[in-house]
Design a protein around this ligand. Structure first.
Ligand SMILES: CC/C=C\CC/C=C/CC(=O)SCCNC(=O)CCNC(=O)[C@H](O)C(C)(C)COP(=O)(O)OP(=O)(O)OC[C@H]1O[C@@H](n2cnc3c(N)ncnc32)[C@H](O)[C@@H]1OP(=O)(O)O
Length: 296
C-alpha cells in the first residue's frame, strides 16, 4: 500500500492516529513550541533556530512497526515542506531505548502481502531520510540495534550517550537474518568496507567507546548532554549555505540511493521470499519468545 493509502487506513475509525493533531499546535508555535504530530512521534520545533527535534515514543521499545514507519514518514514529509525547518534531530522521547529496530511482529506469522507492504514502508522511510535535503542529526539516548542503528546512520552525524548499557550496530546475523545491501551500503559509507564486513558478519553491537573508535558515532557525551550537543553540532551544519551543503550531500549519497531505486521491486521480492521461509520464521519466533520470556 502506498504512503497515502496507508495514511488513509490509519485515519479510519478505530485507528489510534484518528484525531491526532497533524498540524501546528493551537499555541501557534514560537521558539521551543511543542507540536504533537501523531501518537508515536513528537515534534518540538524551534523556528528561530530552524531546527525540529523529532522524538520517538512508541512504547515499550520504539520498534519500527508499520504504523510507526508511516507516522514517522508523514511527520518528516510535513517538516520537509515547512520552510522554517532546515535541520532535524532524531531522538527517543524517553532515554533508554533509541529504537529496538524493525518490529519483529511485522515479520512473523503474517502473509506475503503484509511482508511486502512492511518492507516497502521500510524502504520509503530510508529513502526519505537518506535523501533528505535537511541536515539530520541523531541524538542517540538509548540502545540502538539493527533498524534503530540504520535510522541513525541515515543522519549526517550521530551523538551517543556515554552509557555502557547502550549499544549500537546492525546485529541482524545474531537473529539468524541478514542486513540487506542498502543497510550494508549505509554502514560502509559511514565506517568503511572492512569494519562493516566484520560488524555485519558478527552482528556486532558496539559499546559507546567502541562505536566512537570505529567511527559509527561522531561523539560520545554524558547522557544528559546528548540532545544539547546534537543541537549545538546542528548549528555548525546550518552555518553552511543550504544549497552548497545539499548539493554535496546528494553527490555523496546518490550512488547508494540509486542502487535501491534501481532494485526496489527485486529487494521487496527478496525480502518476502526470505522472511516467508519456514526456517526463518522459526528462528524469529524463537528470538521473540526469548525476548518475551524475560518478562513473564
Ligand atoms: C532480505 C533481508 C532480510 C531480512 C532483514 C530484516 C531486517 C531487520 C532489521 C531489524 O531491525 S530486526 C530487529 C532487531 N532488533 C533487536 O534485535 C532488538 C530486540 N530487542 C532487544 O534486544 C530488547 O528488547 C531491548 C534491548 C531493545 C530492550 O530491552 P528491555 O528494555 O529489557 O525490553 P524487553 O526486551 O523486555 O522488551 C519489551 C517488549 O518489547 C518487545 N520487543 C523488543 N524488541 C522488539 C522488536 N524489535 N520488535 C517487536 N517487539 C520487540 C519484547 O518482546 C517485549 O515484549 P513483551 O511482550 O514481553 O512485553
Amino acid at each position: 500500500m502506498a504512503l497515502v493509502a496507508r495514511v488513509r487506513a490509519l485515519l479510519l475509525p478505530g485507528s489510534r492516529l484518528r484525531g491526532a493533531t497533524l498540524g501546528r499546535a493551537a499555541n501557534g508555535g514560537g521558539a521551543g513550541a511543542r507540536r504533537a504530530l501523531s501518537h508515536r512521534v513528537l515534534v518540538e520545533a524551534d523556528p528561530a533556530a530552524g531546527v525540529a527535534v523529532v522524538k520517538f515514543r512508541n512504547p515499550p521499545v520504539n520498534s519500527l512497526s508499520l504504523e510507526m514507519l508511516t507516522e514517522l514518514g508523514i511527520c518528516l514529509e510535513k517538516l520537509e515542506n515547512d520552510k522554517t525547518v532546515r535541520g532535524i534531530v532524531l531522538t527517543a522521547d524517553r532515554p533508554g531505548i533509541f529504537s529496538a529496530g524493525l518490529d519483529l511482529t511485522e515479520m512473523c506469522g503474517r502473509n506475503p502481502a503484509h511482508y511486502a507492504e512492511f518492507w516497502k514502508a521500510v524502504q520509503e522511510l530510508w529513502l526519505r531520510l537518506y535523501q533528505s535535503n535537511m541536515a539530520l542529526g541523531a541524538a542517540i539516548n538509548g540502545t540502538c540495534p539493527a533498524g534503530g542503528c540504520l535510522l541513525s546512520l541515515t543522519c549526517d552525524y550521530r551523538i551517543l550517550a556515554d552509557n555502557p548499557k547502550y549499544t549500537i550496530g546492525l546485529n541482524e546475523t545474531q537473529l539468524g537474518i541478514f542486513a540487506p545491501f542498502w543497510f550494508k551500503d549505509t554502514m560502509v559509507n559511514t565506517i568503511g568496507h572492512r569494519a562493516t564486513e566484520r560488524a555485519l558478519q558478527l552482528g556486532l553491537l558496539f559499546t559507546p567507546a567502541e562505536a566512537l573508535q570505529v567511527g559509527l558515532v561522531d561523539q560520545v557525551v554524558p547522557e544528559d548532554q546528548v540532545q544539547s550537543t546534537a543541537l549545538s553540532v546542528m548549528s555548525q551544519w546550518l552555518a553552511i549555505p543550504d544549497h552548497a551543503r545539499q548539493l554535496t550531500k546528494t553527490m555523496m549519497r546518490k550512488a547508494t540511493v540509486d542502487q535501491l531505486l534501481k532494485h526496489r521491486e527485486a529487494d521487496i521480492q527478496n525480502f518476502v521470499s526470505f522472511i516467508s521461509r519456514d526456517s526463518i520464521q522459526k528462528v524469529l519466533q524463537v528470538y521473540l519468545q526469548k525476548l518475551r520470556k524475560k518478562n513473564h
